[in-house]
Design a protein around this ligand. Structure first.
Ligand code: HEM
Length: 291
């Protein structure tokens, strides 16, 4: 009878774990970088932190902001993938991307932890260094909002001087949002989405529509295992997690600066409260009252 091998089947059975030659390869020959560096560019990434004050707490503020920018980038990529797949009627591909994005949104939201209890005195210690810099000027966050259907041409204004950011935002403004693609898919499946909604100007914000709400009420009341119910629930997860990010941001801001104006020139908390009150994919929420 053969004995089970202590070494995973894919390993070389003639080597054992105590053998130093089992360790990773330390020689890189004449290379000037490692293959890891070539792929990850960790050296670039870990030298992009340039705090502007002497306060030791500024580093975590800066890195948390950079980490969130990276998550925004991944999430934009997922929603773009989902929107493209919906356009091609590839619902499984779209669902996979949306599901991944919910795990990424959870990781994004968990990134609030180090900043969630910032006191006004701690924030004041480096707030001056930010000058007029504000997350409000985040181009990637704006692309994320545009994909949700929250379009606004005026949000391009702060990016006029940055040609790549501006071009990417302009393109995102003109393209149908993820929500537009969802509604077009429903129309192709025979649901009566009004033409005025389907072929609206893609550069303006999608406003909640009673006919869209009725369609979702019908879908949600139908067979629970249907792929459209699953799509609706995945999109609701996305909407809820975006709302959570906005609320965590709002509470962290309230703790760190009370009712003072923001570095970006807004009224601060009062302005963020108004923004956080909006529902993402509004008809997915209101339809629930009619099921
Ligand atoms: C506790 C630290 C933070 C405070 C006190 C704060 C404060 C504010 C305030 C007051 C605004 C309103 C615009 C303004 O006048 O500046 C704002 C907007 C914004 N902040 Fe923060 N923020 C904090 C952390 C962050 C972080 C870590 C990010 C990550 C990227 C971020 C992203 C944003 C975004 C995207 C907006 C625009 C929101 C919108 O357009 O609805 N903030 N922030």
């Amino acid at each position: 009878m053969s004995q089970p091998s202590p070494i995973p089947p894919s390993g070389d059975a003639s080597r054992d774990a105590a053998d130093p030659s089992f360790a990773p390869d330390l020689s890189i020959g004449s290379r000037t970088t490692t293959p890891y560096e070539d792929y990850v560019q960790a050296d670039v990434l870990t030298h992009l932190q340039h705090p502007l004050s002497d306060d030791p707490g500024e580093m975590v503020f800066l890195v948390t902001t950079q980490v969130m920018e990276l998550w925004f980038t991944v999430i934009v990529h997922e929603w773009q993938t989902a929107a493209d797949a919906l356009r091609r009627d590839e619902l499984t591909v779209a669902m996979d991307a949306l599901k991944r994005s919910t795990y990424e949104l959870e990781a994004l939201n968990a990134a609030w932890k180090p900043l969630a209890r910032l006191t006004p005195a701690q924030f004041n210690a480096y707030r001056g260094a930010l000058g007029e810099g504000s997350g409000f000027q985040s181009a990637m966050y704006r692309r994320l909002e545009f994909l949700l259907g929250e379009k606004s041409a005026s949000m391009l204004v702060p990016h006029r001087g940055a040609s790549r950011e501006y071009a990417e935002l302009e393109k995102a403004l003109q393209e149908p949002s993820l929500w537009d693609e969802v509604l077009r898919l429903l129309a192709r499946r025979g649901y009566s989405i009004p033409d005025a909604v389907l072929w609206r100007d893609p550069t303006v914000r999608h406003e909640a529509d009673p006919a869209v709400e009725a369609v979702w009420a019908e879908i949600f009341a139908g067979p629970q295992e249907s792929e459209l119910v699953r799509l609706g629930e995945a999109l609701t997860d996305v909407a809820e997690l975006v709302w959570r990010w906005r609320n965590d941001h709002l509470v962290a801001t309230r703790r760190a600066m009370g009712a003072k104006p923001g570095t970006g020139g807004s009224a601060g908390v009062a302005w963020l409260e108004k923004r956080a009150r909006k529902n993402v994919f509004p008809e997915l929420w209101t339809a629930r009252s009619h099921v």
